[in-house]
Ligand binder design. Sequence first.
Ligand code: ADP
Ligand code: NI
Length: 220
Amino acid sequence: MKTDLIARTAEFVREKFLYEGSGHDWEHIRRVWQVARALAHDTPAADPSITELGALLHDVADWKFHGGDEEAGPRAARAWLVSQQAEESVIQAVETIIREVSFKGVGVATPMSTVEGQLVQDADRLDAIGAIGVARAFAYGGHKGRPLHDPTIAPVEHATFASYKQNVAPTINHFYEKLLHLRERLHTPAARRVAEQRHAFMETFLAQFLREWEGEDLLA
Ligand code: ADP
Ligand code: NI
């Protein structure tokens, strides 16, 4: 029924994000879409179309790139879906997913009010960890002009969204401030299973990075 709308939305998002350089590019969205679709397939309570549209549109206008405006994403998704004559109930479901999906700091609870949102959030978070997660973190840090690492700046486990939003710490800190916490914050058993090895890979990466930083591997 909504196959056409999903295909048109995929094309719209692909064109918009093809050459994005901060790690929020089309390939990120494509992976999140595919993983969310697979999770929906195994989750009878989830509406597959809402899940797919939510995944495709989840980063359409991320607050991180719109002056911190959290409503930019839901607004852009609504404008697109209205232009495609989508049903109001579908538009509202997608807006809710986008509003709730983002990580907002270790100390900030971000419950997902819908099962489709849980699947999109799991898929988005799986793409933020593991080897791809490492690559995306440094792509984002480079895009923002941040240093890789600075041992004099300790990571902070942000307790408010405002403080998380304003953070400009080196990229290594982001692992302690977000990425190493994602494994504990997944909803589906399938995503949790995948997260185990991706999490272990990040720990190996960090240990090796810090050894090289100190030149410890040269002395071994
Ligand atoms: P979320 O919706 O949870 O914010 P996104 O899908 O928008 O997640 O993607 C966030 C991506 O950007 C992740 O891969 C994450 O590592 C990267 N990122 C966000 N903030 C930072 C940061 N301060 N330093 C490094 N990478 C970051
Ligand atoms: Ni994303």
